[in-house]
Design a protein around this ligand. Structure first.
Ligand code: FE2
Ligand code: FE2
Length: 370
């Protein structure tokens, strides 16, 4: 082992986080070095997600500290093709011309544009996990985590240490000063926000978590490419919460609600006017007032006045709720008429349509407002 200064952080025996901790950044990039089999004969030096060019000097220095020379690095894996994952592969494979790697073909098609020319590549199966036999008799398992956050994203599992390297999945933003490797409860908001920004939807995350829970032997450590490594109760608690967290496109309707609030308020008034024409304004106000008291969250959605009501927020979701409230007990044609008024009014304002297409009737809004 060389004796130059280093800043790597141990994860488990023979495994280190060799990335840079940047106190000025809210996103830390984790690169890992795993010396499979230690330093002895048959050992294999594996670099997980070589990292960002911005961190190259630190990553290189840490690798040299553990290996003695970059030439001793033998193997790399890439979770996906982003520059914060692949950036350092070009200089590493230039300095070490015998480097070989394992990646999904979908990721490599894009990653190669960053200029890396490793000696040898193995393409892992895109859709199902497989055990990969490595030189020296070591085995790692690929765990596809499709669309988390790339179609061909691959996690890698080392079953002896029970460490799973997950790329961006389970990554997190760090609050200033939270530069430690192991995640704690107060790091959860940064993990949640990271997934809300970078993961496409809850289904993709939940699918990946199901694959991870099914691994045998069970995972002990989750080592993502950003932020915090996870273990113990906190790891399981993060999995439980991420499985249910609305992320990416799940949040889109809420953003649309905010962006088009003024237009949804006008559509809401059209609905109130149309219902009042049949029921009378007083009945409309009474029905809304009663529904509002039956549904506690509705106090945030709608303000009831002496002779009407005003939409406050969540237009995309509140419109079907209000439509249902106003047509309750009335004949189907009245309900259909209100539906058409809402749809046409949205169309006129050129805003996204609420979920009132056939097949969603009767659905309670609290089923989709979290
Ligand atoms: Fe990424
Ligand atoms: Fe990343």
């Amino acid at each position: 082992m060389a004796d130059q200064p280093h800043s790597s952080i141990p994860v488990k025996e023979n495994c280190y986080m060799v990335g840079r901790r940047n106190p000025d950044a809210l996103l830390q990039c984790n690169t890992y070095l795993f010396q499979l089999g230690g330093n002895g004969p048959g050992s294999l030096a594996w670099c997980v997600d070589p990292g960002s060019q911005l961190d190259f000097s630190v990553v290189r220095q840490n690798l040299v500290h553990h290996l003695g020379a970059i030439e001793r690095l033998q193997f790399f894996t890439l979770n996906h093709q982003d520059p914060d994952v692949v950036g350092n592969l070009a200089p590493l494979s230039e300095e070490n011309t015998s480097l070989s790697g394992l990646v999904s073909e979908d990721a490599w098609r894009l990653a190669r544009h960053l200029g890396a020319r490793p000696r040898q590549l193995h393409f892992a199966h895109r859709f199902q996990g497989e055990d990969i036999r490595l030189p020296g008799g070591h085995t790692i398992r690929t765990v596809p985590t499709p669309f988390c956050h790339f179609r061909g994203a691959l996690a890698f599992y080392e079953p002896e240490s029970r460490i799973l390297f997950t790329g961006d999945l389970f990554g997190g933003l760090n609050d200033p000063g939270r530069l430690q490797l192991w995640g704690e409860e107060e790091d959860w908001p940064g993990i949640a926000i990271f997934h809300q920004i970078y993961m496409p939807n809850r289904e993709a995350v939940a699918f990946a978590i199901r694959q991870i829970r099914a691994l045998s032997p069970p995972v002990e450590i989750i080592a993502p490419q950003h932020g915090f490594a996870l273990r113990g109760d906190f790891m399981h608690s993060v999995m439980d919460r991420l499985e249910k967290l609305p992320v990416g496109m799940d949040r889109l309707p809420r953003e649309l609600d905010d962006a088009f609030l003024a237009q949804y308020q006008q559509v809401f008034q059209n609905l109130i006017d149309a219902a009042s024409a049949r029921l009378g304004r007083q009945t409309v106000v009474e029905r809304l007032r009663k529904a509002r008291s039956d549904t506690p969250e509705a106090a945030d959605w709608v303000r009831i006045t002496r002779d009407g009501a005003e939409l406050l927020t969540h237009g995309l979701h509140v419109l079907p709720w209000a439509m249902d409230v106003l047509s309750r007990g009335e004949d189907t044609s009245f309900h259909e008429r209100l539906k058409m008024i809402v749809l046409h009014s949205c169309h006129r304002h050129n805003i996204p349509l609420p979920m009132i297409a056939p097949g969603t009737e009767g659905q309670q809004p609290d089923e989709w407002i979290g």
